[in-house]
Design a protein around this ligand. Structure first.
Ligand SMILES: N[C@@H](CCC(=O)N[C@@H](CS)C(=O)NCC(=O)O)C(=O)O
Length: 220
C-alpha cells in the first residue's frame, strides 16, 4: 500500500484540492488526508510545513513532496497505470491534456466571479459578459469532447479521466449558482456530480464548520 498523504484545503471551497483528491480516489489509491482550512491566521504557516509553494493541494509520498494539482493528478496516473486516468487513444489523450491545461491555466474570470462553494444553492447571481464568455467556452469544450470522444461513457472522454477531475469544480459552480447551460452540459454536470467519490467529498464539505465570507457570493 503506498504511503500517501494528501494535504487539502477546505472541501467546501478548495477547488484545486478537489481535483487532486478525486484523481487519487478514482485511481483507487489509498491515502491519508490532512485538511488545512484556508484564510485562517495559521493557514500559510501550516501549508509551508508541507510545501514552500504555499498552496494546497500537496501530496506526500514517503519523503517525496509533489505540489500543484495537475502534477498530483499526473502522479496518480503513474502510480495506477491501469486506472485509465488518461484516455488510451493518443489523440484523445492529447486533447484531454489540452483541456486540462486550459482549465489549469485559464478561466480566471469565471473562477473569480463564481468561487467554488459546494454548499451554495444560489441561482440568479449576476453574470457579467466576461464570465458568460468563460461559461460558454467551458460548455463548448464539454460539448466537443462528449461528441468526439465520449461515446463509451458519460464523461468527457467516455470513462472518467483527469480532464473530468479538472472540470468537476466548474460543474459544482454551475449547479450551485444555477447557471443556464445546454442539455449536453446539464447531463455532464449530473454525471460528474453523481460520482460516489464526489458525493463523499460533498458530504464532507457540507459538514465543515468554516464559512469564508470572501467566497460567499450572492449570500443573504
Ligand atoms: N496552481 C495551483 C493552485 C493552488 C491554489 O491556488 N490553491 C489555493 C486553494 S484552492 C491555496 O492553496 N491558497 C492558499 C491560501 O489561500 O493561503 C494548483 O493547481 O495546485
Amino acid at each position: 500500500m503506498p504511503d500517501l498523504t494528501l494535504i487539502v484545503g477546505n472541501k467546501n471551497y478548495s477547488s484545486w484540492s478537489l481535483r487532486a483528491w478525486l484523481s487519487l480516489r478514482m485511481a483507487g489509491l489509498a491515502f491519508d488526508e490532512i485538511v488545512i482550512p484556508l484564510d485562517q491566521p495559521d493557514t500559510a504557516s501550516r501549508i509551508r510545513e508541507y510545501s514552500l509553494a504555499g498552496r494546497v493541494p500537496v501530496l506526500r509520498h514517503g519523503d517525496r513532496t509533489i505540489w500543484d494539482s495537475l502534477a498530483i493528478c499526473e502522479y496518480a496516473a503513474e502510480l495506477a497505470p491501469d486506472a485509465g486516468l488518461w484516455p488510451e487513444d493518443r489523440t484523445a489523450r492529447a486533447v484531454a491534456r489540452a483541456v486540462s491545461a486550459e482549465m489549469h491555466s485559464g478561466f480566471a474570470v469565471l473562477r473569480g466571479a463564481l468561487p467554488m462553494n459546494i454548499r451554495a444553492d444560489r441561482p440568479g447571481v449576476p453574470i457579467s459578459d466576461d464570465t458568460r464568455a468563460d461559461i460558454d467556452r467551458v460548455c463548448r469544450i464539454w460539448g466537443d469532447c462528449r461528441e468526439e470522444f465520449g461515446k463509451d461513457g458519460p464523461f468527457l472522454f467516455g470513462p472518467f479521466c483527469i480532464a473530468d477531475a479538472m472540470f468537476v469544480p466548474v460543474a459544482a459552480r454551475f449547479r450551485g449558482y444555477g447557471i443556464k447551460v445546454d442539455e449536453t452540459a446539464r447531463d455532464y454536470i449530473e454525471a460528474v456530480l453523481s460520482l460516489p467519490a464526489m458525493q463523499e467529498w460533498s458530504g464532507a464539505a457540507m459538514a465543515e464548520p468554516w464559512i469564508l465570507e470572501s467566497e460567499e457570493i450572492g449570500a443573504g
